[in-house]
Design a protein around this ligand. Sequence first.
Ligand SMILES: Nc1ncnc2c1ncn2[C@@H]1O[C@H](COP(=O)(O)OP(=O)(O)OP(=O)(O)O)[C@@H](O)[C@H]1O
Ligand SMILES: [Mg+2]
Length: 449
Amino acid sequence: MKRRVLIADDEKNMRWVLRQALEAEGYDVAEAADGKEALSGISEQEPDLMVLDHKMPAPDGMEVLRRLRGKGHRFPVIMLTAHGNVQTAVEAMKAGASEYLTKPFDLEELKLSIEKALKMSELAAEVDRLREELEQDWDVEGIVATDQNMLGVLQTVQRVAPTSATIMLYGESGTGKELVARALHRLSERATRPFISVSAGALPETLLESELFGYEKGAFTGAMTAKPGRFEMANGGTLFLDEIGDIGPAVQVKLLRVLQERTFERLGGTRSIEVDVRVISATNQDLQQLIADGAFREDLYYRLNVVPITIPPLRKRLDDIAPLVAHFLEKYGAQGRTISPEAMRAFVEYQWPGNVRELENTIERMVILSHSDEIGLDDLPAEIRAGVNVCDAGTRCFVLPESGLDLEETEMDFIKQALERAGGSAPKAAKLLGLTTKTLEARMQRFGL
Ligand SMILES: Nc1ncnc2c1ncn2[C@@H]1O[C@H](COP(=O)(O)OP(=O)(O)OP(=O)(O)O)[C@@H](O)[C@H]1O
Ligand SMILES: [Mg+2]
């Protein structure tokens, strides 16, 4: 594509000379005879570069430059100034000119300047584009979501992330609570500050307390030096308190105080330490039940539960399964491999007690164990395969359970399933099963259906 240069100069001869020279170089040239024309020319068709004479009837070149930069035009501008006027040259550069040339100038010099300025601006545009791409990746940051249920959650995430609101993440094990917590941090103004994660379930209470709040030298036997806790480390950033339901009563009290007053003391210390920390907590337990049982403080619950976000289990976002499978195949280096329709169906029908983590582990294992280009039912673990019984209409297939098959019961089961899928119509169910209606009716009678 030809690049357009706009020449703004009130001297007709000058415009003519420049036009000849630049057209010969393959540029598309436009002209403006004064500052006003220059400004209107810009809004009509944004040039890729402008050669701008400083000395023109008002608005002069400097004014034109200021106005166009003020309007946000980024294209390079080469300012032509009178010989010896250093002051103007300096001013032009400050106002956003890419370069200045003093009259009279060499045409070759101008051509070189134009080429250089265009190259620079194209590079800058490329960098902007790449950065934008990068930022888009950051938005999603490995969170695969297609299902409406999950998209709704991510919408909330995007809305509350920039605030410093305290957030509670609910979700079964492996649903992506930690992933979402990290996304909340990265989408906030705290993104450049630390994200510190503490898992309450992993530590006994006294250890958890010193882990969170730190200790002074001599606070307990073995405390040879002072140590800051996670709250201090997270200052300015985000503290992720995982498995919050496992926190014992003493730490609950201390936590409540930090949330209320933003200050605490290290173990064995008297000095009040002030912190600015955003707290995101997560649990897969029923906190209401813990409160009812007296195991969790209600006042702390209200402090933590300012913005509750519930991440649905995988079985409630079936549309996410296929994209997640593709995502994990790629993650484990098997992007070229596909999943057979039966295997995908087994994935969709399986209940996934371990949610996304279980799906991820399953795929990882399959990638290692199976070498076929298409991963089929046979490659799936038995518990996932077992979910698939009657295959899609038209095909008949059956996967044997590991043990305990009762043929009569299975037959009855199949008939029931087929009838259900056929909306109770025996002829349709018969077709699904590959039987005549008469045969099916005979079996139904035998089984008392
Ligand atoms: N929507 C998703 N897209 C891509 N990867 C995901 C998604 N959800 C979860 N994962 C992946 O699944 C695994 C489990 O996620 P994560 O650790 O965030 O779950 P969790 O809810 O914190 O689990 P737990 O309750 O067991 O701690 C991680 O490897 C994570 O990267
Ligand atoms: Mg987790």
